[in-house]
Design a protein. Structure first.
Ligand SMILES: [Zn+2]
Length: 476
């Protein structure tokens, strides 16, 4: 029996994934979910990446019109991209290109390899990019993806020390976003019990922690702060609860020292994080290991080198960044039959490192973890900075409230200025607090910002995802 090229390339792709799948159902040892993959030699990891990449490009060409058009436009054949070294021939795919495709080909776009017949046969769930701006991009996944997704996340969660006997409280709206669902599915696959925390307010959630004593909290960093404060308002101490681990995703936290310390002190718990994106890495890409928080204060996150190819590129030229140099993250996803993107520009600044990790894993690490997407970069009078750098400066001052706001505006004489609005008990005589914040911020991003010290409780409380920046400058 003959089959069409789309079917044949899909079958070959799936056979390749199956060939390199190990320890799918249960962990191989106490230390690693998959000893042989998590501690594989760099040569073996590269060989697996190459084998998967060689099967991926024909599959993409035959099953995604977006990719076929791109190959044809670039004058490349799928066989031109067979190894990790070949990847540089392929310009990175960015979000705007995907959005244009989604607009031109509603409602699903053509950038995925999901078809209506696969969806009818083994469709699992649809997810959507959470981007606050632009056209939402949707991603339909199959049950085949679900299994590979569970496996990938299980490996990461195991590295964070999630084990049977734990109970994880997952605080999420359970909307079409990958993070909470991915953790939910993977913990279920691992046999770790969960408490779904959707559809209730902070007080109800605080009472669940106190009453049912979960050992882990899964939420955004903003929510972990909010829930801890809610608990304090109820007269309880989050540091004395059963929570030992806080797994965060959706916003940077691990890479911002003051935020990391604030969360860990508030809950007297260890912070671990998931890093990824909806487009290329529905399961996590980066994750914390036992050695993620170094004694010297340095932090890192592992990437998953046998199921994704992570690179960094120069922010301006998009040419590959050298090893150890700061660049923007790019991901080729080798672990999906529905959304296996080729060099998708995820766009967080970090530094990749291949030196051995104290935990024994051989997969490369993002040093300093992640502090935000390039899209979020602020530019004030030519000086570029991350909101995370400002957050670090603001939160390093003792007594500062959790909420703060960055307001950028243009003065009457045309000068762009930044005002930081913070909360502190000394709002009546704010001089020294304001000066301290100015100095901390100036030390981190060489910018002069004015500081407005407000009475605690003035700024709106953030629940799930913080909106810190208000930019009222007129765009020319
Ligand atoms: Zn490690």
């Amino acid at each position: 029996m003959t089959s069409s090229r789309p079917e044949a390339t899909r079958r070959h792709w799936r056979e390749t994934l199956d060939r390199y799948r190990r320890d799918f159902e249960r962990p191989a040892s106490d230390k690693y979910w998959s000893d042989s993959l998590d501690t594989a030699s760099r040569d073996e990891l590269t060989a697996i990446q190459n084998a998967k990449l060689a099967a991926l490009t024909p599959f993409l060409y035959e099953n995604s019109d977006f990719y076929r058009r791109r190959f044809d436009r670039l004058g490349l054949a799928p066989t031109d991209l067979r190894t990790v070294e070949d990847l540089a021939k392929w310009p990175v795919v960015d979000k705007t290109e995907m959005m244009a495709d989604a607009l031109a080909h509603p409602p699903y776009g053509t950038y995925t390899t999901m078809s209506d017949s696969v969806w009818a046969d083994r469709g699992w769930m649809m997810f959507s990019s959470s981007g606050s701006s632009g056209v939402p991009r949707v991603f339909r996944y199959s049950h085949y993806d679900r299994q590979y997704w569970e496996w990938a996340n299980a490996r990461a969660l195991y590295a964070m020390n999630f084990r049977r006997g734990d109970t994880a409280f997952i605080v999420s709206g359970y909307g079409p976003h990958c993070f909470a669902w991915g953790v939910q599915q993977a913990l279920t696959h691992m046999g770790v019990a969960t408490l779904p925390g959707g559809g209730m307010d902070g007080k109800a959630r605080a009472n669940i922690v106190l009453r049912f004593r979960p050992t882990a909290l899964v939420c955004t960093p903003s929510y972990a702060l909010y829930l801890g404060r809610t608990m304090q308002e109820l007269g309880a101490d989050p540091a004395k609860t059963s929570i030992k681990t806080i797994l965060v995703g959706g916003e940077p936290a691990m890479g911002i020292r003051a935020t990391r310390e604030r969360l860990q002190e508030l809950w007297s718990a260890r912070l671990v994080e998931f890093y990824g994106c909806t487009e290329a890495a529905p399961h996590c890409g980066g994750y914390s290991c036992p050695a993620s928080q170094g004694a010297d204060g340095g932090v890192s996150a592992h990437l998953m080198d046998d199921i994704q190819i992570w690179e960094t590129v120069d922010a301006e030229t998009k040419a590959p960044a050298g090893e150890g140099e700061i660049g923007l993250t790019v991901c080729t996803c080798l672990n999906s039959e529905s959304s296996p993107q080729l060099r998708f520009l995820v766009g967080d600044y970090t530094r990749l490192d291949r030196s051995p990790c104290a935990c024994g894993r051989t997969h490369q690490r993002a040093l300093g973890s992640f502090v935000g997407r390039a899209d979020d970069l602020l530019n004030l009078r030519g000086i570029k900075m991350y909101p995370a750098q400002i957050e670090e400066g603001v939160r390093s001052v003792p007594g500062i409230g959790d909420e703060y706001e960055i307001v950028i505006s243009t003065t009457g004489d045309g000068l762009d200025v930044m005002v930081l609005r913070v909360e502190h008990a000394e709002h009546g005589s704010p001089g020294s607090v304001a000066e301290r914040i100015m100095a901390e911020v100036r030390a981190r991003c060489e910018i002069r910002a004015d500081v407005e010290v407000l009475k605690p409780g003035t700024l709106p409380k953030t629940e799930f995802k913080a909106k810190r920046v208000r930019d009222t400058r007129k765009k020319s």
